[in-house]
Design a protein around this ligand. Structure first.
Ligand SMILES: Cc1cc2nc3c(=O)[nH]c(=O)nc-3n(C[C@H](O)[C@H](O)[C@H](O)COP(=O)(O)OP(=O)(O)OC[C@H]3O[C@@H](n4cnc5c(N)ncnc54)[C@H](O)[C@@H]3O)c2cc1C
Length: 594
């Protein structure tokens, strides 16, 4: 049974980031901790009461392909109707289009609840939101008017159509064609792996499709973005004829069985009608708007699944009696008292807290980047948010997989048996480090676009701010001191590693590429330590001020201390690989791998 970690989320929103800071990044300045608490409370009820109870059913039953389209389990359709009726599709959307205009940081906190409770369900609203954001930014007034309101209200859903059999990580290889036909285009081609590419939650699905206009330049500079509705929309907004797009099959896969992964055929009957978004050949650039939002949201899936795996493992460990743990006066006791089981649970809990803090911090930076009154704050925060996105995406999902695997381990053999649900978590989370750009692609983005392009300026600004923050923290508590020290050491490692990488990027980029993932993991680990230090500093002070909440704050200090001792030292290994590891990759011929 899933319990929404509302107190942990509010700790980050209200104390680690703070109401005033969040308000300064909200476009209408209307954010309040009180409203946010009420939204989280209601979100928690929905996640626990509606989404969690159908999670295992979704895994067993999955989505079903039929010649008439993909059918979702009836319980999922009912949940979607309730989700829409509850206004959850509107939370972060702009009030101009019927949204509630809540800051991204709150949306990110709420999205965690959906992802933990039912990852397969969560993907549908996530993709619709991404499509809305791209249309808001690049669509014409007529396109915005025709589509956004109904997508924000949840009446219609949206998707993201990039992948083709020969074009996965390499989107420059996209072949889907767009032929001009009067005011619109005819789209012909095949897209694969399209999440919620077809379903019966909604009567219409707005496919956002990347395709190549006839005669466009080769590679990424010749790709355009199109709106391709599943059902054509009449001038008065009512639905017309079916467009020429069909789901020809859905994939059988390791996890997220209730999320239909579709093969979509465009143009079998002459060409699907598609409408160009923005300018021709700038589709990939526009799609990046959707991808940035989606990458943050997939990053949170990593720790959302980790949170759930932790909750489940901790429950199990409290009741499973085995062996004689080293506690006074006991012959046999629950396994939670074995030091190694405690180590696993603390790994799960502390790592999850650090990932959540970093993701919410990144979301807050993007809010500041969009909504702060001061242009210089906006610029700095936007660059920082963008720097952190690949780290949140890849570090949190890779770690989420590790933690879900630990969740199985805590259960022992029963973890491997489907009925406990621990195995489903591991199967479901496995995709998160693959879709929306694999870990390797995130690391390329980090070192290429984020570090290389500004010669490390955004990273250096963040490191400088962390150093200043550490100086202002007094060593009032042993846990706090150990976390602060671990962060300080980590900062030196990140600084050295980024200098090594910048040098490689300038002299021999393949050496940077060979160690890009360890560099990304180094950054995640160290930034996690920084925010755990901030959390520990707050907890040490609040514990003194609010003895009634001592248990909560003592647990925060315990996880910070554990993070410093068990997780932060991984930074040493990653840094060593960045410094010394490139040659062993690049000098090994491909024949070594035969
Ligand atoms: C369940 C599921 C849902 C999905 N949903 C969607 C969706 O809604 N819309 C959509 O468009 N797509 C979707 N995808 C596709 C997904 O985004 C791709 O699978 C992913 O981007 C990887 O592409 P690929 O599978 O072709 O792997 P490949 O690109 O073939 O990658 C294979 C391996 O090579 C590595 N690699 C490739 N290129 C590089 C490089 N330049 N540098 C370093 N390493 C590299 C990768 O990291 C990976 O380890 C989904 C996929 C799945 C399985």
């Amino acid at each position: 049974m899933y319990r929404a970690p509302l107190k942990d989320l509010r700790f980050i929103l209200d104390e680690l980031i703070g109401e005033a800071a969040i308000r300064s990044g909200s476009t209408d300045g209307a954010y309040s901790a009180e409203t946010s608490a009420a939204i989280l409370e209601e979100g928690g009820k929905f996640a626990e009461g509606i989404l969690d109870p159908i999670n295992q059913l979704g895994d067993r039953q999955g989505a079903t392909w039929t010649a008439d389209g993909v059918k979702m389990p009836a319980e999922f359709k009912a949940a979607y109707r309730q989700f829409v009726a509850g206004g959850w599709t509107q939370l972060g959307a702009s009030p101009e289009f019927g949204g509630q205009g809540m800051p991204l940081v709150l949306g990110t906190a709420v999205d965690e609840l959906w992802a933990s409770a039912n990852l397969a369900f969560k993907l549908c609203p996530m993709l619709t939101k991404g499509a809305v954001e791209a249309l808001e930014q690049y669509g014409s007034e007529a396109q915005k008017h025709a589509y956004i309101l109904k997508m924000v209200s949840g009446e219609w859903a949206g998707t993201m159509n990039l992948t083709e059999p020969q074009a996965g990580s390499d989107l420059g290889a996209i072949r889907t064609r767009a032929t001009p036909d009067g005011e619109h285009f005819r789209i012909i081609g095949q897209k694969i792996f399209i999440t919620y590419g077809d379903h019966d939650f909604t009567p219409n699905i707005i496919q956002m499709v990347l395709a190549r206009i006839d005669g466009a330049p080769a590679g990424v500079r010749g790709i355009s973005l199109f709106i391709v509705p599943k059902v054509m929309v009449n001038c008065d907004g009512t639905l017309g004829a079916r467009n020429d797009v069909r789901c020809v099959s859905i994939e059988h896969k390791l996890g997220i069985h209730a999320s239909p992964t579709c093969v979509l055929a465009y143009g079998d009957a002459g060409g699907a009608i598609g409408y160009l978004v923005g300018e021709a050949n700038r589709g990939l650039e526009y799609m990046f708007v959707m991808m940035n939002a989606a990458r943050l949201s997939v990053g949170l899936e990593g720790y959302a699944m980790a949170e759930r795996a932790y909750q489940q493992a901790a429950e199990w460990a409290k009741t499973r009696v085995q062996g004689k743990p080293p506690i006074a006066g006991s012959s046999s006791a629950p396994i939670i008292h074995h030091p190694d089981v405690k180590r696993m649970l603390l790994t799960m809990k502390s790592h999850t807290e650090a990932m959540r803090a970093l993701a919410l911090y990144a979301a807050h930076q993007l809010d500041l980047g969009a909504g702060h009154a001061d242009a210089s704050v906006r610029a700095l925060a936007q660059a920082r948010g963008e720097l952190l996105i690949p780290i949140v995406k890849a570090w949190s999902t890779e770690s989420g997989i590790e933690i879900a695997s630990l969740g199985v381990q805590v259960h022992g053999g029963m973890g491997f048996i489907e009925e406990t649900g621990a195995a489903q978590l591991l199967r479901d989370v496995r995709i998160t480090s693959i879709y929306e750009g694999t870990t390797g692609i995130q690391a390329n983005d980090l070192i290429g676009r984020k570090l290389g392009r500004d010669r490390g300026a955004a990273l250096a600004a963040l490191l400088g701010d962390i150093e200043t923050e550490l100086q202002a923290i007094s060593n009032s508590d042993a846990a706090l001191q150990s976390c602060k020290e671990a962060t300080r050491q980590g900062l030196t490692l990140v600084k050295d590693a980024s200098a090594t990488l910048l040098e490689s990027l300038a002299t021999d980029p393949k050496n940077a590429a060979a160690v890009a993932v360890p560099f990304l993991m180094l950054c995640g680990t160290v930034f996690g330590a920084w925010l755990m230090t901030r959390a520990a500093a707050i907890a040490a002070e609040q514990r003194r001020k609010h003895p009634a909440d001592a248990e909560f704050y003592t647990a925060k200090l315990a996880t910070a201390r554990f993070y410093a001792a068990h997780i932060a030292p991984r930074a040493l290994g990653y840094a060593s690989i960045v410094k010394n590891g490139a040659a062993s990759v690049n000098e090994a011929g491909a024949e070594c791998l035969a």
